[in-house]
Design a protein around this ligand. Structure first.
Ligand code: GLC
Length: 636
C-alpha cells in the first residue's frame, strides 16, 4: 500500500465547511429579525464568500490558527492598551515605533480609539463617522493603518479599532442620500414627519447627553423630518430593522478586518433596536444582531474578535457575552462596567458588601468562549449604574443616596474625599450625575500633590495598583488606559478648544507624556513599575485565564473583596483591601487549606503569618496560591 499525503483543503472547501457550521447559528437570529427570506441568505453567503476570497494570505493563516484555538484570547497573557492615535504618537505610521513600550507593559492587544473618517468637529471624539472605509486623514491612510496592523501583529499584539454600529455621522453618504430623499437610504435611518411618534417614544426613553444634546430626536430641514439621534444631534441612529443596514454594516466590517484589524469594538450596541414603550436599550433583538454579526464573521474571518460596548446596568450585561442558546455565539468580549463602578464605589465607601453582592448575584462565574474586558478608567465618564434592587441588600444604603454620595465623593466635595473629578451631564430632573476624571485624579494623586502629603500619595499609588491587580485577576482581559500607567492627572486644556469645551470627558483624554513614560520618577515610576510587575505576574499564573471560574467569597471583614479562581487542583484566592488600614485575617476565613503552604503569586514570595494571622496592608492585593513544591517536598 502506498501512503497518500493528506489532501490539501482548498479555500473554497474551507469556506463551505465554515458556512455550514455558521448557518446553524445564523438561521435563528436571521429569521427572527428579518423573516424567512432566502434571497437574504443568498446575498449573505455571497458577501461572506467574496470577503473570504479577498482575505490576504497571512490573515487566512491567522484564521486557521484561531479556528483551531478559538479560546486563544482568554489566556492570562492577554493585556490590552487603549489609546488615541493622535494623543499617543501623532499619526498611525508612528505607532510601530512605540511597540517596545507596549511590550514592556506586557501588551498583546492595542485598541486605537476612533480612527475612521469623522465628520468635521465636533465629532464626539471620532464616534460620528462619515466614511468607514477611510482613515481619519489627520491620522494617515488606510494603507498606513494596514501596515501598522501588520507590525503590531508581528509583535504579538492584536490591533483593535472602533466600529460604530448604532449611528453614522449625518454627513455619511447614506445620510446624505437619505436627506436628498432617496427612499432606499431613507430607510437606513429612523425619520418621522411630525412629533407624534417621537413624543410617544420619548415617554419611555432616557437621555444620554441631557446637557449637550437633550432629547432623542433632531429636526432636519433638508430631510424634512425628525431624525432619531440618541447621542448628539449629528449622530443619526441606524435602522437595524432594515436588513439592508445589516448587510451594509457587515460589508464594512469585513472590509476593515481584511485590512488587518483583528478586533472590532462595537460601539453603543445597547441602543440598536427600538420598541415603543421601552427604553430602547438591551432589547432581545440587539443580541440577535450581535450573534448574527459574530457568526457571520466567524465564517469569513474567524481570526476576528468582537468586543461589545454596552455600558448598562448589571442585570442587562450578561447576554452580551452569550447566555442560554447564544452561549459561545455572541460577542467575544464585553466591558465589565459593573466591576469598574464597584471598584470606585467600594473605595469611597471603604466597604465591599455592595460589590460582593453585585458581582456574585448578577454574573456567572465564567462564559463559554467569551470573557470580560476589565478596566478601571476609559475615555468616557463613569455612570453610577447602581440599582435600588442591589442597594436593598446592603441596608441602610439606598440607590439614589449612594449614587449621590459617589458623585460627591468623586467630584471632591464630600468631606475627606481624596478625589478630584468633576460632575458630568447633571440631570436636574432625575438627579442623575455622572463623573469625569483620570484614574490618578480620581484615586487621590492630584489631591495628594495639592496637599503636599507624601502619605496621601502613597495611598493613591496603592489604590491605583490594587485596582490594576483587581482587573488583572478578576477574569478577562485587563485594559490599560493610556496615561494611567504613569499616573496622569486631569487635563483641562480641552476648555480652550471650542469644539471640545462642552464635553468634560476630554479631561481624561490627555496627550501622552512621553518624557515621564520614558524617564519616570517619583509616583509615575512607582506606578509604572507596579503595573509592569502585575502584568508580568499575571502572565505567569494560568489560574488567571478567563476560562477559570471566578467565585466571590463572603467574609466578615467588609473591607475585603475576596474571590477564588477555582482551578481544580490549585485554586487561587485573591484578596483586596479597599481601606487605608491594615486588616488581619485568619487563614481559614479565606478558605485556605491548613495542610498546605501558600505563596503570594503577586509578590512572588511565600505567604508568611504574623501570630497565625495574615496581614493585608492598606489597599493591598494578594494572590494566594498553594505552594505545590513545598507540599510535595513535605510529603516526599
Ligand atoms: C460610546 C463611546 C462614547 C460615545 C458614544 C456614542 O459610548 O464610548 O465615547 O460618545 O458611544 O458613539
Amino acid at each position: 500500500m502506498t501512503r497518500k499525503s493528506a489532501p490539501k483543503m482548498t479555500r473554497d472547501a474551507l469556506f463551505d465547511l465554515r458556512w455550514r457550521r455558521g448557518l446553524r447559528s445564523l438561521t435563528g437570529p436571521l429569521t427572527r429579525l428579518y423573516g424567512d427570506d432566502p434571497t437574504l441568505v443568498t446575498r449573505l453567503r455571497e458577501m461572506l464568500k467574496s470577503a473570504s476570497d479577498a482575505r490576504p494570505a497571512d490573515l487566512a493563516e491567522l484564521d486557521l490558527r484561531r479556528d483551531l484555538d478559538p479560546d486563544w484570547f482568554l489566556s492570562s497573557d492577554m493585556v490590552g492598551y487603549v489609546f488615541y492615535i493622535d494623543r499617543f504618537c501623532g499619526t498611525v505610521d508612528r505607532v510601530p515605533a512605540h511597540i517596545p513600550y507596549l511590550k514592556s507593559l506586557g501588551v498583546s492587544y492595542a485598541h486605537m480609539m476612533p480612527c475612521l473618517m469623522p465628520r468635521p468637529e465636533p465629532s464626539d471624539g471620532g464616534y460620528a463617522v462619515m466614511d468607514y472605509r477611510r482613515l481619519n486623514p489627520a491620522l494617515g491612510t488606510m494603507d498606513q493603518l494596514e501596515a501598522t496592523c501588520r507590525s503590531l501583529r508581528a509583535a504579538g499584539i492584536s490591533p483593535c479599532i472602533d466600529m460604530v454600529l448604532n449611528h453614522t455621522a449625518m454627513e455619511h453618504d447614506w445620510a446624505e442620500k437619505a436627506r436628498a430623499g432617496d427612499p432606499f437610504y431613507r430607510d437606513f435611518y429612523l425619520m418621522y414627519p411630525d412629533r407624534t411618534l417621537p413624543d410617544a417614544y420619548e415617554a419611555t426613553l432616557t437621555e444620554v447627553f441631557p446637557d449637550q444634546a437633550p432629547g432623542n430626536f433632531t429636526w432636519d430641514d433638508d430631510a424634512d423630518a425628525w431624525v432619531w439621534t440618541t447621542f448628539n444631534t449629528y449622530q443619526w441612529d441606524l435602522n437595524w430593522a432594515n436588513p439592508e443596514v445589516f448587510l451594509a454594516i457587515l460589508d464594512t466590517m469585513l472590509f476593515l478586518v481584511n485590512r488587518g484589524v483583528e478586533v472590532l469594538r462595537l460601539d453603543a450596541v445597547a441602543f440598536m433596536w427600538k420598541r415603543m414603550g421601552t427604553t430602547c436599550q438591551n432589547l432581545p433583538e440587539v443580541h440577535d444582531i450581535l450573534q448574527l454579526l459574530a457568526q457571520a464573521m466567524r465564517i469569513a474571518a474567524p481570526g476576528t474578535l468582537h468586543k461589545a460596548e454596552a455600558i448598562v446596568a448589571p442585570g442587562d450585561l450578561v447576554p452580551y457575552l452569550g447566555r442560554g442558546m447564544a452561549a459561545g455565539k455572541a460577542s467575544h468580549l464585553a466591558y465589565h462596567n459593573s466591576l469598574m463602578v464597584q471598584f470606585w464605589s467600594s473605595l469611597a465607601a471603604r466597604d465591599t458588601r455592595l460589590m460582593r453582592h453585585v458581582l456574585s448575584h448578577h454574573f456567572p462565574d465564567r462564559f463559554a468562549r467569551a470573557g470580560w474586558a476589565t478596566y478601571l478608567r476609559c475615555h468616557d465618564d463613569i455612570g453610577w449604574a447602581i440599582t435600588e434592587e442591589d442597594t436593598a441588600h446592603v441596608p441602610p444604603m439606598s440607590g439614589p443616596g449612594h449614587r449621590a454620595f459617589l458623585a460627591d465623593w468623586y467630584n471632591g466635595t464630600f468631606p475627606a474625599s481624596f478625589s478630584r473629578g468633576a460632575d458630568f451631564q447633571v440631570n436636574e430632573e432625575t438627579g442623575d450625575r455622572r463623573t469625569n476624571g483620570t484614574l490618578a485624579s480620581l484615586a487621590g494623586l492630584e489631591a495628594a500633590r495639592q496637599w503636599g502629603d507624601a502619605e496621601a500619595e502613597n495611598a493613591a499609588i496603592a489604590r491605583i495598583l490594587m485596582g490594576h491587580a483587581l482587573i488583572a485577576s478578576y477574569g478577562g482581559m485587563p485594559l490599560l488606559y493610556m496615561g494611567d500607567e504613569i499616573g496622569m492627572t486631569n487635563d483641562l486644556s480641552y476648555l480652550d478648544d471650542p469644539a471640545k469645551a462642552v464635553d468634560g470627558r476630554w479631561m481624561q483624554r490627555p496627550e501622552m507624556d512621553w518624557d515621564t513614560a520614558l524617564h519616570p520618577e517619583g509616583a509615575a515610576a512607582r506606578i509604572l513599575t507596579g503595573i509592569r510587575h502585575i502584568m508580568d505576574r499575571r502572565r505567569a499564573v494560568p489560574q488567571l485565564s478567563a476560562e477559570v471560574p471566578t467565585r466571590i467569597a463572603t467574609h466578615p471583614d467588609r473591607a475585603l473583596l475576596i474571590f477564588e479562581r477555582a482551578a481544580d487542583d490549585t485554586p487561587m484566592i485573591c484578596v483586596f483591601n479597599f481601606t487605608g488600614s491594615v486588616r488581619e485575617v485568619t487563614p481559614w476565613s479565606l478558605g485556605l487549606d491548613p495542610a498546605r503552604a501558600y505563596r503570594d503569586a503577586l509578590a512572588g514570595a511565600p505567604l508568611t503569618l504574623t501570630k497565625s494571622l495574615i496581614l493585608v496592608p492598606a489597599y493591598a492585593a494578594l494572590w494566594l496560591i498553594p505552594d505545590r513544591a513545598l507540599v510535595d517536598h513535605a510529603g516526599a
